[in-house]
Write a protein that binds this ligand. Sequence first.
Ligand code: MSS
Length: 366
Amino acid sequence: APAAKPLPAYAAWKNPSAVVVHSATTIETRRSAFGSSVITPAQQLYIRNNLPAPDAAIVENRDAWTLDVEGVKQPRSLTLAELKTLGLETVATVLQCSGNGRGFFPSKPSGTPWTVGAAGCVLWSGVPVRNVVAALGGLADGAVFITGTGGEKLPEGVDPLSVVVERSVPIKALGDCLLAWEMNGEPLSLAHGGPLRLIVPGYQGVNNIKYIKRLAFGSTESKAKIMAHGYRMTPPGGQSSPDQASVWEMNVKSWINGPLSDGGPVKAGLVQLHGVAFGGTRAIERVEVSTDGGQTWQTARLVGPDLGRFAWRQFSLEVKLAPGSYQVASRAVDSAGQVQPAERVENAHGYNNNSWRDHAISLAVA
Ligand code: MSS
């Protein structure tokens, strides 16, 4: 096996045994490290940066960070100190990279071959975006999209639109969006977007803009490359274009986190199969587990606190397993009756994989 890559400086505080460092900008949580207490500790949460992380100086004087708000009746710039006066809410959301599960595509799309670990369930505290809009006189006419712009310093000599991390989401997300300065009870780290991050609950990771500098409401989507061409459901072999579906709401998904037999077979007898399930913007209705590769299913028990429809649910199924080899799969159903599918939707860049078959594990029992 190749030597493990070291953690980059901005993420040196992560737990090295809980993560796989793919590169300085892509760090994945190990399947065995998720634990079973709903919330993912910061030390083991994945990282995905499209640009290098900004200088740590941006989190030195957090309250002085400024956000430009446009597309409201009274557009202006607000400091983080002022945003903190406008409201306070906490929401638990699944933060998941659009490419989580890309590693299961046989077509090997370019990009990080994440399996399950580009995801976590996190608590965010901040001000609801709707409060900020109200404080600035309400939306200007014609708002169809919410656009967030990342605060990275852009490389010189290139078209800013070709590199800026700027994403638009439909205005219907407005009621749920948060401008967060705290994660899991701690000031938001630079690695996860501090001092201020846009949280779009239920939407794929890329829409949750870190170190947000500008929030705009308008009639058109961002012209940035990452919006117009990036993160689109491009047919296999095709070219990305703005008419293809953007990677927005997450689909219903689940996977097994344990026990795993990677380090040797699990002891025969009573076994508690467990994992996580989430439905994007919809709550989880139920989760089924199979030990025979999807031929038969049993309903699992939802475990632990229900932190709302944007969080994931832990689930567990108690089974008695004789020595042998098992294909263990899980299949979630959301509150709208959407069932996690057996097969992935093939696409050029390996997005939105929620195939239960791809996420099944082989379990050796002895
Ligand atoms: N933001 C910014 N500003 N920048 C960058 O790069 N990235 C994305 C998001 N946001 C970015 C941002 C992505 S892409 C993701 S996933 C996320 O983020 C992640 O997060 P964390 O915290 O985990 O790192 Mo895929 O869909």
